[in-house]
Design a protein around this ligand. Structure first.
Ligand SMILES: *Cc1c(COP(=O)(O)O)cnc(C)c1O
Length: 370
């Protein structure tokens, strides 16, 4: 399609740009929504209370700009991780932080590296600023290709751990092995790490080229409030502060995040519940169903459906996906690549939602076309 004069005024790389494809957010009620790794439980009740307080009787506080550095929140995050405020930068979601890192380290001449499959936003952020992407593929084992990462010339390498969409987590020993050879910035995107058994924070003191990215969207049940953060050495945090919007996190989001971080007991129970539901369902997929399923340390399950004849593959996954959709159970299917096309990614929901999912999968197995 020839582009219009208006589009031609935009920078040339924008013409060929494909926006990120978010998971569906249906607006009508009645869906069992297991497609975007949101938390099935509400945030701490302190969050709603803090929001009401921040708004006050007449919303008058909203006249005023927010704290430009989100300083109270930086202090709370630092305390949570045993770090100092200088080690923390707050973002408008962790996507904001990831974007700032690409802004800092990536250009047509300086590549950003990442693995495939992993979080599909990285290539989009790189393309937005006309940067160069260096993509290293996993094989079906989903083990880290250490030699290829060591040989990478990327200025910044984005590693998702636990990985999406597989749920496979990498150990700190794995990360140390990368950090021993890789000279660029290693960004470890720990969006799902509250559901995992290990995290990279203990490595920060020893590796100045390590950046950890976290979000409150998943484990803190605050996807709608858009708060994430970076943990790194003060020098790197200073670079992030140079390139971020001066008021990048609004007043309500700062208040909500502070309240959530102030209720660790609530979240400890919430995370334990999600993990228990995950593990029960992992056992069911891998056991009685006999479906190949990666060992997940996240709040989702990446499983390869088998139909009644014991077949798997892209068409089988599509059939299961379509059947679930017709029953208003929404999961995620990534049909465009061989490593993902025969799988479904299923967010861990409540026990009731997982029962609905499993009943629908049983019904799918009984259909003649499955
Ligand atoms: C969900 C997710 C994010 C985005 O988090 P936000 O804070 O909501 O922007 C970042 N990285 C990965 C791997 C994710 O799955």
């Amino acid at each position: 399609m020839p582009s219009s004069p208006l589009t031609q005024l935009a920078l040339p790389h924008v013409a060929s740009l494909h926006a990120y494809t978010p998971g569906l957010q249906p607006t009508e009620p009645g869906w069992v929504k297991l497609n975007t790794n949101e938390c099935p439980y509400p945030p701490s009740p302190r969050v709603a209370e803090a929001l009401r307080q921040e708004i006050g009787a007449d919303g008058s506080s909203l006249r005023l700009y927010p704290n430009p550095k989100s300083s109270p929140l930086r202090a709370a995050v630092a305390q949570l991780h045993g770090l100092r405020e200088e080690n923390v930068c707050i973002g408008n979601g962790s996507d904001d932080i990831l974007n700032l890192l690409v802004r800092l380290f990536c250009s047509p001449a300086a590549a950003a590296g990442f693995l495939f499959p992993s979080y599909s936003l990285y290539p989009v952020l790189v393309a937005i600023q006309d940067g160069r992407s260096e993509v290293i593929g996993f094989d079906r084992s989903m083990r880290l290709p250490f030699e290829k990462i060591a040989a990478s010339t990327a200025k910044a390498f984005f590693l998702t751990s636990p990985n999406a969409p597989t749920g496979v987590a990498f150990t700190n020993a794995d990360l140390e092995r990368i950090l021993a050879t890789f000279r660029g910035i290693l960004v470890v995107d720990e969006a799902y790490v509250p559901f995992a058994s290990e995290n990279a924070v203990p490595l920060l003191a020893r590796f100045p080229n390590l950046v950890i990215v976290r979000t409150l969207s998943k484990a803190y049940a605050l996807a709608g409030i858009r708060v994430g953060y970076a943990l790194a050495q003060p020098e790197l945090i200073g670079l992030l502060d140079r390139v971020r919007d001066s008021y990048n996190v609004n007043r309500l989001s700062q208040a909500a995040a502070l309240a959530a971080l102030g209720d660790p007991a609530y979240y400890e129970a919430l995370i334990a519940k999600v993990k228990a539901t995950r593990d029960a369902n992992l056992a069911r997929f891998a056991g009685p169903r006999g479906w190949f399923t990666y060992p997940s340390q996240a709040n989702f399950i990446f499983t390869e459906p088998k139909n009644a004849r014991g077949e798997s593959g892209p068409a089988v996954a599509q059939s299961a996906y379509d059947f679930l959709c017709r029953r208003k159970v929404l999961v995620r299917h990534f049909p465009s690549h061989a490593l993902t096309a025969s799988f479904l990614r299923i967010t861990v929901g409540t026990d009731g939602e997982m029962s609905a999912l499993n009943e629908s999968l049983d019904a799918w197995l009984k259909t003649p076309l499955a």
